[in-house]
Structures are given as structure tokens and as C-alpha cells.
Design a protein around this ligand. Structure first.
Ligand code: PLP
Length: 217
């Protein structure tokens, strides 16, 4: 496993304007440093405790993206430093992020997670919940959060057409709500197995782990 070579290969295969999040969950400080020393500074984690301990140890110019499911009582631990929270799936969570943003006097970048897969294990809002959220935000000011776009995970399947349809659905929601949320800029979709399909369908932020760091235990 050559992390630096994997990074080069991946970066050379995607358009430059796409933001690559190197998903480093379960990987060691040493492995992350190999990527960092090769010039990569954006990493994604799915557990707050693990992310926070890595943030404490590693250089402070790293951007940390929380890509996993977030429990409200854990938001305070990442609020001081997190670069973007991808898994915002309720108004309650958004309000808590706003509160912790205020406590830390910083505006926290968020993506709304949309449930596009038909697996019950995957979190996210549906279209009408997103609509409701939009209506709520029209009348309430949450100054310490910035809604930067949408995030979604396709079904874990080898059926490329199914993945295509799910990403297509997410992209159409993104386009529709981009006109409403002026702050929309990012569509976070695509992982090691499906980032090519995601990019074809308009993703501009991909979250790739095993293709860079090797399979996780
Ligand atoms: C683990 C994870 C990824 C990366 O998965 P790979 O298949 O290793 O690329 C991307 N997004 C989320 C939300 C994840 O939890």
C-alpha cells in the first residue's frame, strides 16, 4: 500500500475543481502524516473522539470534515475546530451546532444529509423534510451555521445503474435547492467504489478512504 502513490493516481484522475476528502477513519497518525507530507490537508473522520484526538496531535492547518452520524451531545467537542459537518439530518442538530458555534464564536460549515439509499442504516432527510427545514430557516436566523450544500451515500451495491439513479436524485435536489439556499456550494457524493459515477453526475466533493489508505480492518 503506497499512500502517496494512491493519492497521486486519484488526483490525476479527477478534475482539479473537485474537493477530495481523504477519509482517514481507523488509520494511524503515521499514515495520515504520509498523506499530509505529500501535500494533502483535507481529511474526513466519522467518530468525534477519534477525530478530536487526531486534531490535537496533527498539524493545525489540516481541515477536518466530520462525515459520520453526529449525536447532539457530541457537537461541543468538535465545534472549536471542525471544518465542515456533513451529516446534518435534523433541525435539532442544526440548532445545537449553531449554539456551539456561538460558544466558540465561529460559523460552522454544514451539509444537509439526504437519504438516497434504500438501506435503513443510512441516515438523512427526504425531500419534504428538506423543504420544511428551508421554510424554518426563512424565519429563523442561525448565524453560527452556514448551510453549504448536500451530502448523500448511495446504496452499497455493484449495480451501477442503481447508484446512478440515486446520485441523479441527489443532484436534482441539489439543483432545486441551490436556488433557495444562497449559500449552497458543495455537493458531497462519491466514495472509493462510486466516485466516478458521482463526478459524472455533478459531485464537487468526494470522500475517499480505502482507495487511498487501503482497506480498513
Ligand atoms: C467511510 C466513509 C467513506 C469512505 O469510504 P471508502 O469506501 O473507504 O472510500 C465515505 N463517506 C462516508 C460517510 C464514510 O463513512
Amino acid at each position: 500500500m503506497n499512500i502517496q502513490k494512491n493519492l497521486d493516481t486519484l488526483k490525476n484522475s479527477i478534475p482539479k475543481e473537485i474537493t477530495l476528502i481523504a477519509v482517514s477513519k481507523t488509520k494511524s497518525i503515521k499514515e495520515i502524516l504520509l498523506a499530509y507530507n505529500h501535500g494533502h490537508k483535507i481529511f474526513g473522520e466519522n467518530k468525534i473522539q477519534e477525530m478530536t484526538s487526531k486534531w490535537e496531535t496533527l498539524p493545525k492547518d489540516i481541515e477536518w470534515h466530520m462525515i459520520g452520524h453526529v449525536q447532539r451531545n457530541k457537537v461541543k467537542y468538535m465545534a472549536p475546530y471542525v471544518s465542515m459537518i456533513h451529516g446534518v439530518d435534523s433541525l435539532k442538530l442544526l440548532k445545537e451546532i449553531n449554539k456551539q458555534g456561538k460558544n466558540n464564536n465561529r460559523c460552522i460549515n454544514c451539509l444537509i444529509q439526504i437519504r438516497i439509499a434504500d438501506e435503513s442504516s443510512k441516515f438523512g432527510m427526504n425531500r419534504s423534510e428538506l423543504e420544511e427545514l428551508y421554510e424554518n430557516l426563512k424565519y429563523n436566523q442561525y448565524k453560527y451555521v452556514k448551510i453549504c450544500g448536500l451530502m448523500g451515500m448511495a446504496t452499497n451495491t455493484v449495480d451501477g445503474f442503481k447508484i446512478y439513479k440515486e446520485f441523479e436524485h441527489l443532484k436534482s435536489l441539489y439543483n432545486e435547492f441551490k436556488n433557495k439556499f444562497s449559500s449552497f456550494n458543495y455537493l458531497s457524493m462519491g466514495m472509493s467504489a462510486d466516485y466516478k459515477i458521482a463526478i459524472d453526475l455533478g459531485s464537487n466533493m468526494i470522500r475517499v478512504g480505502s482507495k487511498i489508505f487501503g482497506v480498513r480492518n
